[in-house]
Ligand binder design. Structure first.
Ligand SMILES: *Cc1c(COP(=O)(O)O)cnc(C)c1O
Length: 355
């Protein structure tokens, strides 16, 4: 089989999605299954939908195109603010998008009107993480500007945390979201269809018995795909953390000294600390590198250690395992490693037979 490749256990993805859908349902919260971690792979989206997610979330239009080309007809929410240059595509291929700029919503409205469509708009409000979001004091004015536009429907309000600065959901910021929803509804005399409270990092908050207020949607990617919560990257009880593996092939396996020799400058990807001498080690080179994935997020098999990587070579201390050229090594992946690996390596779908 070709290497490097990403192997996906679709049953594990479906199990995770179903478990989360079932845990959130009693709270009146549905799930938007976010597929950007796997580049909008239709095979993965299909399993999320079988598991009962209400909608799909994507950040890139090229991934949405892939979903549609793969026969996925479910509603898609674009979770990144549309680029001005892609509004035509956005209204053609998605049902709704997250927005923070009135000019963009105006462009969406014009594009949707021309196509005799109505595009849903979720206004993202800033709760302190300082990535995307309308400042709370500006939210009402933006909502009031969006409301009368033909071609768009103000669908709801959303928020995002823990993506830029790791700011976590807590009773204070989530209560603010609730109050903002209430004040927009009161001032504009309407009832918003949805409050999209956040992402995987909100699971702990939502399932802790906290007051979830008007939140009726979470946009979940990492928790479904990798089975971990993003704040500490710890496994979520009952979820599978083995859905994805990156398999790479050994191209050199030798016992070599552990410390380099000669005058030292920068390495291919910047300065690296010179390792201390721990004697001769089994140094194994795999044909995979920075171009294929984020090597720092790879989890090697027990007893092995990633020493570093350049664009096309990954250096592994194989410990006591004897590897030979042609052997394959399977790694677990962080979310960052997964995003890059699925974008540049072929994917193999494992569909275990059901006994
Ligand atoms: C990526 C993203 C998500 C999904 O985040 P996870 O941590 O993978 O659950 C949700 N909302 C927005 C706006 C995103 O960009």
């Amino acid at each position: 089989m070709t290497a490097p490749r990403v192997e996906v256990d679709l049953d594990a993805v479906e199990h995770n999605a179903r478990t989360l859908v079932d845990r959130l349902a009693p709270l009146g919260i549905h799930v938007t299954g976010v597929t950007k971690g796997v580049g909008g792979a239709p095979e993965v989206a299909e399993r999320m939908l079988s598991a009962g997610v209400a909608m799909l979330g994507e950040s890139r239009m090229e991934n949405v195109e892939r979903l549609r080309a793969g026969g996925i007809a479910a509603p898609v929410l674009l979770v990144r603010s549309p680029m001005m240059s892609e509004v035509q595509q956005v209204v053609a291929l998605t049902e709704a998008s997250c927005n923070t700029e009135v000019r963009v919503v105006q462009a969406l409205a014009a594009a949707a009107t021309a196509r005799r469509r109505v595009h849903g708009v979720v206004l993202m409000v800033e709760l302190g993480d300082l990535r995307e979001g309308i400042l709370p004091e500006d939210l009402l004015a933006v909502a009031a500007a969006v409301l009368p536009l033909r071609g768009v429907q103000l669908r709801g309000i959303g928020a995002n945390l823990a993506c830029q600065h790791g700011v976590l959901p807590d009773p204070t910021n989530m209560a603010l979201l609730d109050r903002l929803v209430g004040s927009v509804e009161e001032a504009l005399a309407l009832r918003l269809a949805t409050v999209s409270g956040g992402s995987s990092v909100h699971l702990e908050w939502a399932l802790s018995g906290a007051e979830t207020g008007r939140v009726d949607d979470l946009r979940l990617g990492e928790a479904i795909l990798l089975g971990v919560e993003p704040a500490r990257r710890t496994p979520i009880a009952g979820l599978r953390t083995d859905a994805f593996r990156l398999v790479a092939e050994v191209i050199e396996a030798k016992v070599k000294p552990s410390a380099p020799w000669g005058r030292v400058g920068q390495a291919a990807f910047g300065p690296v600390p010179v390792p201390r001498d721990s004697g001769d080690r089994r140094r194994t080179i795999l044909a995979v590198g920075q171009q294929d994935t984020d090597p720092s997020g790879l989890v090697p098999p027990p007893g092995m250690m990633v020493l570093g990587a350049s664009s096309d070579h990954l250096l592994l201390d194989a410990g006591s395992t004897v590897l030979e050229v042609g052997d394959e090594v399977a790694f677990g992946l962080s979310y960052g490693s997964l995003v890059r690996a699925t974008a540049s390596c072929p994917t193999t779908y494992l569909t275990p037979t059901i006994a």
